[in-house]
Ligand binder design. Structure first.
Ligand code: ADP
Ligand code: MG
Length: 285
């Protein structure tokens, strides 16, 4: 299809650093948040190391409050680590950039803007050198990619949760980033839509060659999408284990959960996660 072709061309010509391996490298990332005066700072992440290769899909799974969002914000350049660093294509992250796009759990759409105008927002800070017709073509391509053609003039309130998140994904893709950072993107959509959207996410990411970090609460979602699964301990978050998910692709053409390797993999992850979730409760109590 034409739009897939366009995305593939873009990724091979624009990303000259593609062969720098790993594309994303986190070393000793430690983040603490200041609290009220007299209170100890809260250590959200402690010494996180992670390498992500170009084109790889990594899922991060861990108990609530373990610092997953914090880690993604560090990669996005929105939070500076107290110690350690993240590099992208060999360069240290010091702020946000068009090479990295985010998708948020709550969609973060502007309710007064149409679908088309929300997607356009993704280009508003980096339109340099693009003619008006190129901008329009990119927007149309992104809308097509998330299967929202025909809804360009709709407002967010007229859309279902799944459709709203498609807008969020299109807004992220329209700037043609190298890296997609998705923070529980399907956490707020209903279970049936969620499964369908997982399949779409797999298709979109395969078509665009994006390097992806996905945060999810769902072991099934992680196993259905990721090349590798990173298990994070309860707070302060550290990397507990990294697992290769070698299940065949595409995983949504048939029910991957029926694959003989699936259940043992899932059980292993659940055993580890269960321990971490219980650990987190003890800390809170
Ligand atoms: P997760 O996404 O894994 O649920 P977060 O990264 O959102 O975890 O948060 C990790 C910890 O840091 C939590 O205890 C949270 O309350 C705390 N935290 C997150 N953001 C801030 C902030 N801006 N200021 C203070 N504490 C924060
Ligand atoms: Mg979070």
């Amino acid at each position: 299809m034409a739009y897939q072709y366009a995305l593939v061309v873009y990724h091979t010509e624009q990303v000259e650093n593609m062969d720098i391996n790993p594309l994303i490298q986190a070393r000793g990332v430690t983040v603490s948040y200041n609290r009220r005066r007299g209170e100890e700072p809260l250590v959200a992440l402690a010494g996180v190391d992670l390498d992500v290769a170009a084109g790889e899909f990594v899922a991060i799974v861990g108990p609530s409050g373990c610092g997953k969002t914090t880690f993604l914000n560090v990669v996005a350049g929105l939070v500076r680590p107290a110690a350690g660093s993240v590099t992208v294509a060999g360069r240290e992250v010091t702020g946000p950039g068009p090479d990295r796009a985010m998708v948020f759990q709550d969609y973060a759409l502007m309710p007064w803007r149409t679908v088309e105008a929300n997607v356009r927002f993704g280009l508003e800070f980096q339109r340099h050198g693009l003619s008006r017709s190129e901008v329009d073509a990119r927007i149309a391509e992104a809308i097509e990619l998330v299967s929202l053609r025909g809804f360009e003039r709709s407002f967010p309130y007229e859309l279902s949760g799944g459709m709203r998140q498609r807008v969020g994904i299109a807004r992220a893709l329209v700037g043609r980033p190298q890296i997609l950072l998705a923070d529980e993107p399907l956490g707020a959509v209903d279970a049936m839509t969620r499964e369908a959207m997982q399949g779409e996410l797999e298709r979109i990411i395969a078509a665009s060659g994006l390097t992806t970090i996905l945060i999810t609460h769902s072991i099934d979602e992680a196993l259905s999408l990721a090349d590798r699964l990173v298990l994070v301990s309860h707070r302060p978050g550290t990397v507990r284990e990294i697992l290769d998910v070698t299940l065949p692709r595409p995983r949504f053409d048939y029910d991957i959960k029926a694959h003989p390797d699936y259940a043992p993999l899932r059980e292993h992850v659940w055993e580890l996660l269960k321990g971490e979730a219980l650990g987190a409760k003890e800390v809170r109590a």
